[in-house]
Design a protein around this ligand. Sequence first.
Ligand SMILES: [Zn+2]
Length: 579
Amino acid sequence: MKRTSKLLTICGAALLLGNANPAQAWGGTGHKFVARLAIANLPASNFKQWLTKNETWFANASSHPDRWRNRVDHSEAPRHFLDTENFGVGTDALKVPIDFDAVLKLRSYDQLRTDGVNPWTIGRVRANLVKALRERRWEDALVQAAYLSHYVGDAHVPFHATANYDGQLLSPQQRGIHSRFEEKLVERTIKFEDLIVGKPDGISNPITDALRVLNDSIKAVPAILEADRAAALEAGSTNSDGYFEKLSIASRAVAKQRLEAAGRNLAGELYAAWEIAGKPAPEQSVAITDDWLPYAPPFVPRGTPAPPAQPVVSQDVQDKTRLAVVTKTLMSTMLKKQVSYNVVLPVAYGTDNRKYPVIYLLHGAWGGYNDWNAKSGVAAYAASTDFIVVMPDSNGNSWYNDSPGSGAVESFITDELRKDVEKNYRTITNRNGRAIVGLSMGGYGALHLATSHNQLYCAAASLSGAVGWGTSTFDKNLIVMAKDLYPTDTDANYFKDALLPSVLQHLKNGLYNGPSLYFDCGKEDFLIKSNQELEAALLTKQIPHEYSEFDGAHTWTYWDAHIRDAFQFMKRQLAKPQN
Ligand SMILES: [Zn+2]
């Protein structure tokens, strides 16, 4: 019955995403089965107990990645599938390289948008889960576990492993088999109680394992297509009871087998993540709600236009909160001058005695400390959060580094300013109480400062970040700025400030111990390429991170919308206010 609207959605999404794959995968029903079965498959432990306690939320949230595709995150769709044949390996998914760098030698980043990146997504989300578990951030752990459930579930759908994802390559009449198999057949013929509880798979490398799973998935495709042809011929249509009866004789067992395999595989991934994290005892009282989701709520059903990130705060409220922003002045010995910074306090700060985490929010090039407050609704958004937001000045186009041209800006922000804030406000004065966010030059600054001072900050987020700073392929117009900072020996110093080395230094024995990383970029932004290069480098090194590409360019409209996504991310990273 949802067929018409779904087809419209699919076509619309395919156009928007530049992606022909209409996959939605398992539908809500199948994804819930996979999530619940995985919990049942886990051996008895306090980890299993914790997941069981949160089973309803976990099972529901496992479908959310399909909704993000609807909210026009352009990097989302390819995470759900792999068109195996596009990699020049026939239908042998085991021959697809594990290493993302090696994949990029076969297919460009743009081509991968239509080929799919499901295995590396599974690797990434599992790394996020391990990180959250190790750091005992239970809400984030549950969020990451639910998303892992989605992508692992998708890998088990036969039509998610092939370029012939809707039967369309052999015969146009077979179009629609994708959803007939994974949604309608499952909904009509399989109950959760039918699924057999098993044991978790042993997992060595999540990416290797995902490719093995996809290889099993693609093998199931020809028989389903054959059953579809036969059933359609006999029933005379593809939406009658007769058609589904006939289809199920040949294909129900396949669907059931793939769901059961997914339940065992997901259990294996979850258990391995918990083991790698050192089997931490979960805090049993995690009260998770949809507020914890990435991409600020509310969500909308598929097929309706994307809403703003959050209900827009009225101009009135924005103006009022903007006026309430406090400007502090400090005589900096490091910069040898008076400097100003803005502070927004959460509403609750005025009514309690708790200590609060702090987000340092950086502006872009040719900007100043008052940019965020003057040009966005950040004061209003921040007031409703649980963190203090501090907006410092970059002292010119310093790139937030210490340099001969602009002085000790990095040292000022990480030391002198931090101490001033912690002296003047009730803050949580450890790593879990600090994060940095920034836009453009400040996006680079946020990631660079947090990864260079890992002992100080637990997380960093970059919006439209100039993340290629310090690399030879970076935007030529921006490279000229390096000459102002380093009048002599420009190149050596400029390259020293590249972001990736400061991220990679935290990767030891395959585990990343640095700050949590979030970055996003507008699709029309002139900095999109360097953001994609950073994403590719992090996928290659299997470094935990979250990345999104939204509609928009290098504008305040974009930053006003997506600062709220960065705050959503920070909510899952920072400590809660404490007494
Ligand atoms: Zn999916």
